[in-house]
Design a protein around this ligand. Sequence first.
Ligand code: TPP
Ligand code: SF4
Length: 477
Amino acid sequence: MGNIISKPKSFCDDFVRKPGNYPKVTHYCPGCGHGRVHKLIAEALDDHEMKDNTMFVSPVGCSVFGYYYFDVGNFQAAHGRAPAVATAAARSNPHGYTISYQGDGDLAAIGTAEIIHAANRGEDMTVIFVNNTIYGMTGGQMAPTTLEGQKTTTSPYGRDLQEMGNPIRMAEIIAQLDAPVFVERVAVSDSKHIRKARTAIRKALKSQKDRQGFSFVEILATCPIGWKMTPVDAIKRLEEEVIPYFPLANFKDDTDDRPAKLQKTGIVKAEDIIRVLGVDKDERIFPLDENFINNFPNQNIKVAGFGGQGVLMAGTTLGSLGMELGLKTTWLPSYGPEMRGGTANCNVCISKDEIGSPIVESPDVLIAMNEPSMHNFGPEVKKGGLIIANSSVIQNAYKRDDVTIINVPMTEIADECGVKAAANMAAVTAYMSYTGVIDLETLKTLIKTNFKKKNLIDKNIEVIEAAEKYIVENYKK
Ligand SMILES: Cc1ncc(C[n+]2csc(CCOP(=O)(O)OP(=O)(O)O)c2C)c(N)n1
Ligand code: SF4
């Protein structure tokens, strides 16, 4: 039986960029080299059965939507930073395979430092460098790889070498470093070249699978739009002008001799983190209660308000409680540069299960300490979820019929106890007391044991008790 040619399994079934889009439409221009390169990568991932362990880092550039095409683990990095993000991915998941996919603006201009140092460190990644001699995404500006005389929007009279320097040959630069194991330049023009490109990509990814470290494939590709040509003329230019300047060659292939690198287990060992944080497991405040842990209803919480309202600390308090009780927790803050008055929010996940992502997109619970937070994040709360509003400062009530909204005058409660800054403690208490998912006594114990400002412990306990009283009287009768 002959070969059956079908869509690689490493591709997603559909490419849906926006709701309502026809689901299988590519966003690349006709004749764009990126599509060809994507196909070769997906086929190689299939061939080596790497799909399920692959982490793909998309760059900024036309290929920014790589994550819509590849059915693998996906990241999207800031412009030029893909090798840095890929380093983090590779180091924190030493069982995974990492691909950093980059254009020539991304890799050879803004990201030059990142690529050189990732290559020099021999990070465990395969870099796919698509060199189309132009900035495609932003409308055809000159790239470091733009050829002499090539007209771009920023070199309208053609690249002048005196003024703009020579087109940079990245594969040669990378190949002279000691660490990389495989470096090759290929082109996706006619089928003969595409076959060679396919072999190089397969080899680079295989070396990654074999844990040999850093591999790099530069792929000369077309950008008919940026070059202002038809796809057919663009292929002709690729062969007649681009390939002669950027020689197609294997610059380095140590794959036969290079031993697999020793498997790292992550940059920092868990024991070291525990030692540095001084949170030895044996010194847990609460004994582990398997029954409580196994039956815990996982909580995704967002706490939001102004900087200075203790929003972030409300989150760390909840996270610490979860940790002390033996649950898995994450805390992810987001705040502006202002120490006071700016916006601040944090995402807290408390869970009996492994937490996939620390980002809380649809909270079960929103603790809104001020009005903008209520209106910003209120719509994101899960149907059937809970919003706890600081009614001391929220004047215009936010309404939703499909969630429970409770109003708690957090700032007043704290103020009446003589410690206005502890409104966050009233917020945490309101959440715990109303939901009952974690016993309020644990909060008091945590404050008494861990609170750094010892002189404020009693005041905080007072706030907790006052907030509890408020919830019992208003919502639990
Ligand atoms: C920090 C930063 N600087 C500049 C930009 C604008 N920008 C977006 S894509 C791009 C260049 C893309 O060119 P290239 O990497 O060659 O990829 P292509 O689009 O050709 O595939 C630039 C400069 C940005 N998004 N972020
Ligand atoms: S602008 Fe160029 S690189 Fe970008 S999608 Fe179009 S052809 Fe491809």
